[in-house]
Design a protein around this ligand. Structure first.
Ligand SMILES: NC(=O)c1ccc[n+]([C@@H]2O[C@H](COP(=O)([O-])OP(=O)(O)OC[C@H]3O[C@@H](n4cnc5c(N)ncnc54)[C@H](O)[C@@H]3O)[C@@H](O)[C@H]2O)c1
Length: 341
């Protein structure tokens, strides 16, 4: 482990301990320090990930003052991410920032400015791009054969429970909707206009539709809401081109539909590589270390970039773009008017 990247991690809550840290330590990384303002969370994470008592701190500045930290990761929350990321970049470390990178576009810009002025890598954990199915589908959509993407349709739902403490839906927008404010332009290119409408079924149960006009001319509609059970599959998207489309269902099935001929009158009908539908599904029973949600892959892209690989992970500038789109969506929901870019 001598050449392992020495990382400090700030914020040892539910997401970090259940999703991120277990995936991070599968990479050539050594967790040398942990931080959380909550003593209990800090102790549980320290015990689980083998970080000694002396390297557990409640003030993140103590972590940044260490001399044995090569890189910093964090999963704290929207507001805290800004100050911690700016200070970590100022200390000379590359940073991994779980989404959202601040509470709005203006805050995300502070992180992007710090990354630019220090010249340090700032990666935002938009892992939807890295989910295996989304990665396959995005590569199909971005291949020359696909041609211009004409349309996006998608839905990304959740339940009211997770956001019950935020009856104004701030948490729903910042923690949930922000994912697709990165994924949609990642797939479709720059957004020229965004208009969103809402329907509140009951307090806490919101359904919204966001309509996009892309700079390339394409159209998009995205449904998001808090009115479905988290115990059901609730994520689906499709990008449509000319006589072809790619569909991803619940990040575990990719269908690439092209332009086959009718088969009913063809006694020799078969499946043709170049025109019939291609389907990908993972083998969920294989005893392989799989992470189809993308946490392992996005953290891997961060680690690889620090070690000299091309920087491919979502940047602080991508964070600004996503937060600007989120701000625009909320403005449109409140005003009933489209927002032009
Ligand atoms: N990508 C995903 O799928 C996904 C899923 C869930 C959460 N998240 C994101 O992860 C982040 C954390 O969410 P969570 O559900 O783990 O929340 P959480 O409340 O369980 O964890 C946050 C932790 O940060 C600690 N903390 C707060 N202020 C701090 C500070 N100044 N210094 C150090 N520690 C501090 C808290 O004590 C807590 O332990 C959020 O930004 C959320 O949007 C991402």
């Amino acid at each position: 482990m001598s050449d392992a990247l020495r990382m400090a991690w700030i914020g040892c809550g539910r997401h970090a301990t259940e999703m991120l840290l277990p995936q991070l330590v599968r990479h050539p990384v050594r967790l040398v320090a942990l931080c959380d303002v909550d003593e209990g969370a800090l102790a549980r994470a320290g015990d689980r990930f083998g970080v000694p008592d002396a390297a557990r701190r409640r003030d993140y500045r103590d972590i940044l003052a260490r001399t044995d930290v090569d890189a910093v990761g964090m999963a704290v929350g929207p507001q805290a991410h800004v100050a911690i990321a700016v200070d970590a970049l100022a200390s000379g470390r590359p940073v991994f920032i779980e989404k959202p990178p601040g509470a709005n576009g203006a805050e995300a810009r502070k992180i992007a400015a710090a990354a630019a002025s220090t010249g340090r890598l700032a990666v935002v954990g938009f892992m939807k791009r890295y989910s295996t199915a989304n990665r396959i589908a995005a590569n199909l959509v971005h291949a020359p054969e696909f041609g211009p993407a004409a349309g996006f349709l998608g839905e990304y739902m959740t339940a009211p429970t997770y956001f019950s403490g935020n009856p104004d839906y701030t948490g729903f927008y910042l923690h949930h909707c922000v994912h697709y404010m990165d994924l949609v332009p990642f797939l479709m290119g720059p957004v020229a206009a965004l208009e969103a409408r809402r329907h509140e079924l009951a307090p806490g149960k919101l359904l919204l539709h966001a309509h996009f006009r892309f700079a390339g001319g394409g159209l998009g509609t995205l449904a998001m809401g808090t009115n479905q059970s988290r115990a059901t599959p609730m994520e689906w998207w499709q990008v449509m081109g000319d006589h072809r489309r790619v569909e991803v269902r619940n990040v575990h099935e990719v269908r690439y539909v092209r332009a086959p001929k009718f088969k009913i009158d063809d006694p020799a009908a078969t499946l043709a590589d170049a025109e019939d539908t291609l389907v990908w599904e993972p083998n969920l029973t294989a005893a392989a270390s799989e992470d189809h949600k993308g946490y392992h892959a996005v953290l891997g892209a961060f680690v690889a970039a620090i070690r000299g690989a091309p920087a491919t992970a979502p940047t602080a500038e991508d964070g600004v773009r996503a937060m600007d789109l989120l701000d625009a969506m909320i403005r449109s929901l409140d005003s009933g008017r489209p927002v032009m870019f």
